[in-house]
Design a protein around this ligand. Structure first.
Ligand code: SAM
Length: 293
């Protein structure tokens, strides 16, 4: 789905959520016609749009994937946060046999750090077969298991999910990959607000170095958060590398606001956290860097 349509839809949904005015929607026929094909909506929901929740929007934006929600696993209940410093997450992930997980392990690789449900990466993988491979790293095992079932269901051969603490496993994983590392994303990472918990944040100094060292020249790094403090924490760490140039200096088609945050998500689809946050009216703070040749 076109990003501007998605954004417009999101704004409309906010209108009718907060004002409960269905009349306001009538001019936006594109939304009503696309929403009528939204497979997870019952007719009663369509007649009562004020009941729309951000989770409905997530399902709508990802409806192209046609995911089955009746997998053997049943309903996936997950804890709000895990502590990545606990002993159970300190064992580095085993490097997979890349020939077993990707049809062509020499293709350029995108790694999404803290990929959550994995739907964002599946959407990209489905659109780019034989062009790129996609690796999702996620510390919550149940999400990885469900993502693996979805990938099997969709018969995609260019995507893989790993149960891994990215802070400690990223370097070894990408250095063993036979192809080039083209794109890394860290999107809406867990904020761990308390100062004494900042060391639980996924982006720590060794991971910063491993990303910058392993990206190929011309490769890109996309970061974003709906929490300014977290976005700044990531930005400060990457801005100090001369090898990384922010995209607005290279591509004027991707403009920034006065503070240097990208105005749009350049990936063609919003992440789930991004959809929830924008639905609540939050601003998303984004940076897209390119490594110099
Ligand atoms: C707030 S969610 C965002 C998910 C997704 N990127 C999005 O934008 O919708 C952050 C995710 O990062 C995962 N995560 C946190 N620490 C991690 C770590 N050290 N390694 C891998 N994943 C981690 C969490 O389990 C969670 O699924």
């Amino acid at each position: 789905m076109n990003l501007s349509v998605a954004t417009m839809n999101m704004k409309m949904c906010r209108s009718f959520c907060f004002s409960c005015s269905f009349e306001m929607l009538l001019p936006f026929s594109s939304f009503r016609s696309s929403f009528s094909s939204f497979s997870h909506s019952s007719s009663s929901q369509l007649q009562q749009p004020h009941h729309l929740r951000s989770s409905d929007l997530v399902a709508f934006e990802y409806s192209d994937l046609n995911l089955s929600y009746n997998l053997d696993q049943g309903h996936v209940r997950i804890r709000q946060h895990v502590n990545p410093l606990s002993a159970s997450f300190s064992v580095p992930a085993q490097v997979p046999d890349w020939n077993m997980v990707f049809a062509d392990p020499t293709l350029p690789l995108m790694v999404d750090i803290g990929c959550g449900s994995g739907r964002f990466l599946m959407w990209l993988a489905k659109r780019n077969p034989k062009v790129s491979n996609y690796l999702g790293l996620e510390i919550r095992q149940k999400l990885v298991k469900r993502a693996e079932l979805w990938v099997k269901d969709m018969s995609l051969d260019n995507i893989h999910f790993l149960f891994a603490n990215a802070t400690i496993s990223f370097k070894q994983l990408v250095e063993s990959y036979p192809g080039p590392l083209r794109l890394v994303s860290i999107l809406c990472p867990d904020p761990h607000f308390k100062k004494r918990h900042h060391k639980r944040r996924v982006l720590q100094k060794p991971l910063v170095g491993a990303i910058v060292d392993n990206l190929i020249p011309g490769g890109q790094l996309f970061i974003q958060s709906d929490v300014l403090e977290v976005a700044l924490d990531m930005r400060v760490q990457f801005d100090e590398f001369d090898a990384l140039k922010h995209i607005d200096t290279l591509n004027p088609a991707l403009p920034c606001d006065d503070e240097g945050w990208l105005l749009r998500n350049p990936m063609g689809i919003r992440t789930e956290r991004e959809i929830h946050a924008e639905f609540e009216g939050a601003k998303i703070y984004r940076r897209l860097y390119q490594k110099q040749t």
